[in-house]
Design a protein around this ligand. Structure first.
Ligand code: 0O2
Length: 214
C-alpha cells in the first residue's frame, strides 16, 4: 500500500457527487415547476468506499498510482426513470451538457446489451471539473441511468452478491436471471401504456397542486 492520504484523496469525488446530485435533482424540479413530465424520477449518488476501490483495483489490475484514471466509478450518480424511453431523454439532456459543465468520455449500453448477470442500465462515464481549495481537479465519474424495475433488480442482486461474497449459488443465480427477464418484460409492458400513465400522472399532479394552492 502506498502512503497517499486516502481521506483527502476522496474530497474532490465527494464534492463532485454532491454537485451532480444537485444538478440532476434541479432538472427534475425544473420540469415539475413547468408542469411538464420529468424523465427523472429520483437521483442518488455515492462515493465508493476505500476498501471497494482497493478491491476493484486488484480485480482490474490497476496500480495505486493509476487509481484515478483506472477506476471510473469512484464518484457515482444513479438516475432512476419510470420508462425505458426516459433513459434516452436523460441521456440527451446529458449530451446537451457535453463540453459545458462536463465532458463525456464514453457510454456503455447495458440496456440493449444486458450483462451476463441480467444487469441492465445505461452508463455514461464523464470527466467533471471540481474546484477545490487547492485548485481545479478534473475527475472521472459514472452516471448510471435505469428504470425503476432495472433498479429494483440491481439492488436485490447487489445485496445477494454481498451476502454470498460474489458467489451466489447457481439456483439463486437462475432465479435472478428469470427475475431480470420479468423486470425487462415489465418495462416493455409499461412502455406500451406510457402515454396513458403520463397523462394520468399529469392530471393528478395538476389536481394536487390546485388543492395545495387553495
Ligand atoms: P458498486 O458497489 O455499485 O460500486 P466489469 O466489472 O469489468 O464488468 P466495470 O469496470 O466494473 O466492469 O464497469 P461496469 O460494468 O460499468 O460496472 C460498474 C458498476 O455498474 C458497478 O459498480 C455496479 O454499480 C454496476 N453493475 C455492473 N454490473 C452489475 C451487475 O451485474 N449487477 C449489479 N447489481 N450492478 C452492476 P461496482 O464497483 O461493481 O459496484
Amino acid at each position: 500500500m502506498d502512503n497517499r492520504n486516502w481521506d483527502t484523496f476522496l474530497i474532490p469525488y465527494e464534492q463532485a457527487v454532491e454537485e451532480l446530485k444537485i444538478k440532476f435533482k434541479g432538472i427534475r424540479k425544473e420540469f415539475k415547476k413547468r408542469e411538464e413530465y420529468s424523465p427523472i424520477e429520483f437521483v442518488t449518488g455515492r462515493v465508493k468506499r476505500i476498501s471497494s476501490i482497493f478491491d476493484k483495483a486488484k480485480r482490474l489490475n490497476v496500480s495505486m498510482e493509476e487509481i484515478d484514471t483506472g477506476i471510473e466509478d469512484i464518484a457515482g450518480i444513479r438516475i432512476m426513470c419510470q420508462f425505458v424511453d426516459d433513459i434516452y431523454k436523460v441521456r440527451d439532456l446529458i449530451l446537451q451538457r457535453d463540453q459545458k459543465d462536463m465532458t463525456i468520455v464514453y457510454e456503455k449500453d447495458y440496456v440493449n446489451h444486458k450483462k451476463e448477470s441480467g444487469y441492465r442500465s445505461h452508463h455514461i462515464i464523464i470527466k467533471y471539473p471540481v474546484q477545490t481549495s487547492i485548485g481545479q481537479r478534473v475527475i472521472l465519474a459514472e452516471i448510471q441511468i435505469r428504470t425503476l424495475a432495472m433498479n429494483f433488480w440491481a439492488t436485490i442482486e447487489h445485496s445477494l452478491n454481498y451476502k454470498y461474497a460474489q458467489n451466489i449459488p447457481p439456483r439463486i443465480r437462475e432465479r435472478l436471471a428469470k427475475a431480470a427477464e420479468a423486470a425487462y418484460e415489465l418495462d416493455q409492458e409499461m412502455s406500451l401504456i406510457r402515454e396513458e400513465v403520463m397523462e394520468a400522472q399529469q392530471e393528478f399532479e395538476t389536481k394536487s397542486q390546485l388543492v395545495t394552492n387553495i
